[in-house]
Design a protein around this ligand. Structure first.
Ligand code: AHR
Length: 661
């Protein structure tokens, strides 16, 4: 072989090498717009609410007074008694449990033995968040003893103990009466408190001492914290699951969540200990109780306000299997089933039905249009399925339209999960709840989890998931960008399999920065401020860009499930005539995606792009920097039916393109 031929062979081999390398890295991503496949459920992306981490009392429920009716185990919890004398008889807790079993305790203030002035102070839920020029609505139930002459003076204080607002009340009469007063605060403070002075002589009984800001969500009395509801509303969630979570199960059956005890007059909603109070030795929360001021009526109302399908989860006769593992005997299960039937009537029944009437009396004559109902939370084993089947039979007989939610226990694999999968073959839930609290790499590796699920098997409710930066229930877990990015990668797999996966929700939802038990959580708050984590923005982007049908998006005929660190899903939105792409670049390198749309219709010339990114996988949002990781919008030009978005390293992009019909 002469030198010239050798040179030509080498040149050809070199060219072939480069051409094939470019072909490897520059394979086009094909989106088939003409052939949408399965429908995406309108309620696919939702939210999971549980009263954990002070999510209800001290969080979403805007009551500022902690232990307002002295029902905590230590009835003075949250209250400081300010009296010069050491005589404890000035402030005594009475118990009238036979007369009023749901609200047995009240406090008696006695101003005798020369005391002219006496006060008690409530420090709220790790302080009270007060806002300058905001209105505060105080109320108290009181019964003045005969011959007594007592005036009540209310003062809102900043953390230095200086008065920022207040009012005076003059109670009269032995009858229990509710007294109210409103005032403005002259200052803002995150750690305020409420002092109540009693002046005069004699005795007065007090109960249900309450303070609400005037700016609750929709200005409702007994209302919810507006900034927190707004964060939920912004997600446009398809459903809201409530009230949990393990809170449904309770430590034991006595402490289970009983919806009937959470409706009607708030004075008669019996306060009980929150099961997260003592759950974790490393995060004991002795002042965590459930007042149920946020009860089932308010949950339904919240769902309606934010346009989400209500999804209540009910106790199925089983307490938490991680705790007492107490079960109601099968021959005693009927009241539990009756609770479920009655709940459907409470939500949907006409105002002339027993439970529909209570809803109407509470101010909502129209139906709440309940469609979904969960039976048990994170239950497992034969005990669960032998109870579930009884609920299914009774509910389907009376309310065939109700979509039931069953479960698979606490893990997405292993013996309990496998047992559940077998047991579920003979049952007919609408969806089956699967939970995954795993490391970020699990989420990336499981983007294909549902690709091979039996299409004739059960439909999935990914009801609780969150990437754990350390390990499940580790107090060191943080809402890092790596966690959120990995969830986004995983969620492209949920969306690609929307014919199997019908509903999804991150968990838990809320956490008070000074009073949490479980981390990570979607939204964090203190007494005045709140912020969405990077995970929140991932959830929001999916939910706000869900589309109505799945489109195929492939590279070399395969879905993008981690090739070059890329994950993707695509949808078509029939309502807006848009193609919606979700592209997750988990690689440390920026890359350009070469996207080709197979479409018989013309496409718009500009695509809208929203990008969530950070170069630092450990980055987190915080109260001080609430939007460090948050979507940034831009526009990008199409070339005919081609689009080449630049995907930054560690980024999640959502792209919307108009189809011109
Ligand atoms: O989301 C926190 C807890 O995790 C839920 O209460 C429970 O269902 C799961 O174990």
């Amino acid at each position: 072989m002469n030198y010239r031929i050798k040179f030509q062979i080498l040149l050809f081999a070199g060219l072939f090498f480069w051409v094939s390398l470019i072909a490897q890295t520059k394979q086009p991503i094909i989106v088939d717009v003409d052939k949408p496949s399965a429908a995406i459920q309108p309620a696919m992306w939702g939210i999971f609410f549980e009263d954990i981490n002070f999510a209800a009392d001290g969080g979403l429920y805007d009551e500022m007074v902690k232990n307002r009716s002295f029902e905590f185990y230590k009835p003075r919890t949250g209250w400081k008694v300010d009296v010069a004398s050491k005589d404890s008889s000035h402030f005594v807790i009475h118990n009238r449990k036979d007369e009023n079993p749901d609200n047995p305790r009240f406090a008696r203030v006695t101003l005798e033995q020369g005391i002219k002035k006496f006060s008690i102070t409530n420090y709220g839920f790790r302080g009270m968040g007060i806002k300058q020029n905001n209105k505060y609505n105080f109320s108290i139930k009181a019964s003045l003893h005969e011959g007594s002459n007592i005036t009540i003076k209310v003062e809102l204080l900043n953390q230095k103990g200086e008065k920022t607002g207040g009012a005076e009340i003059v109670p009269g009469g032995k009858e229990w009466k509710k007294y109210t007063a409103s005032f403005l605060s002259s200052e803002s403070d995150n750690k305020g408190s409420l002092r109540i002075w009693f002046k005069g002589s004699g005795s007065i009984d007090i109960d249900m001492v309450s303070l609400f800001p005037g700016d609750t969500w929709k200005g409702r009395p007994n209302g919810l914290r507006a900034d927190l509801v707004q964060l939920l509303a912004d997600m446009k969630p398809g459903f809201i699951r409530f009230p949990g979570g393990c809170i449904v199960e309770g430590y034991n059956l006595d402490l289970r969540y009983q919806w009937k005890k959470t409706i009607g007059d708030i004075d008669s909603r019996k306060t009980i200990i929150n099961r997260w109070n003592t759950e974790f030795a490393h995060r004991l929360t002795p002042d965590y109780y459930q007042s149920f001021g946020l009860g089932f009526f308010e949950y339904f109302q919240l769902a309606e306000d934010i346009g989400a399908e209500p999804l209540p989860i009910l106790n199925c006769g089983m307490a938490c299997q991680f705790n007492s593992a107490e079960v109601a005997d099968l021959v005693e299960i009927d009241p539990y089933i009756q609770d479920a039937l009655d709940l459907i009537e409470f939500a949907n029944g006409a105002p002339d039905t027993k439970w529909g009437k209570i809803r109407a009396q509470m101010g909502h004559p129209a139906s709440f249009n309940l469609k979904y109902l969960g039976i048990g939370n994170e239950q497992w084993g034969p005990q669960y399925f032998e109870r579930y089947v009884l609920f299914e039979k009774a509910i389907k007989e009376r309310y065939p339209y109700i979509r039931l939610v069953s479960g698979t226990g606490p893990s997405p694999d292993g013996d309990l999960f496998n047992y559940a999968q077998k047991a579920l073959k003979d049952l007919h839930p609408y969806v089956v709840d699967e939970h995954y609290y795993r490391l970020p790499e699990w989420f990336r590796n499981n983007a294909t989890r549902y690709d091979n699920y039996d299409r004739n098997g059960y439909k999935v409710f990914a009801g609780e998931y969150a990437a754990q930066s350390n390990y499940t229930v580790s107090p060191e877990n943080r809402n890092t960008w790596e966690c959120a990015l990995s969830e986004a990668a995983f969620m492209t797999g949920l969306e690609r399999n929307a014919d199997v996966v019908y509903m999804c929700s991150y968990a838990p939802l809320f956490a008070h920065v000074d009073a949490w038990q479980w981390t990570p959580d979607l939204i964090w708050f203190d007494n005045l401020r709140s912020f969405g984590t990077a995970d929140y923005y991932v959830q929001k982007l999916f939910s706000n860009n869900k589309g109505t049908e799945i489109l195929s998006i492939v590279m070399e005929d395969k879905p993008l499930t981690g090739q070059n660190g890329l994950y993707a899903s695509a949808a078509f939105d029939k309502d807006s005539n848009e193609i919606i792409l979700k592209l997750v670049n988990t690689s440390q390198k920026a890359q350009t995606a070469d996207i080709v749309f197979k479409s018989s219709e013309k496409l718009g010339t500009l695509a809208k792009m929203e990008v969530l990114k950070s170069e630092d996988l450990n980055m987190v949002n915080s109260l001080e920097k609430p939007t460090l990781i948050s979507p940034v919008e831009s526009e990008i030009a199409l070339k005919g039916k081609n689009l080449s978005p630049a995907l930054a390293e560690y980024s999640f992009s959502v792209i919307r393109i108009k189809v011109l019909k």
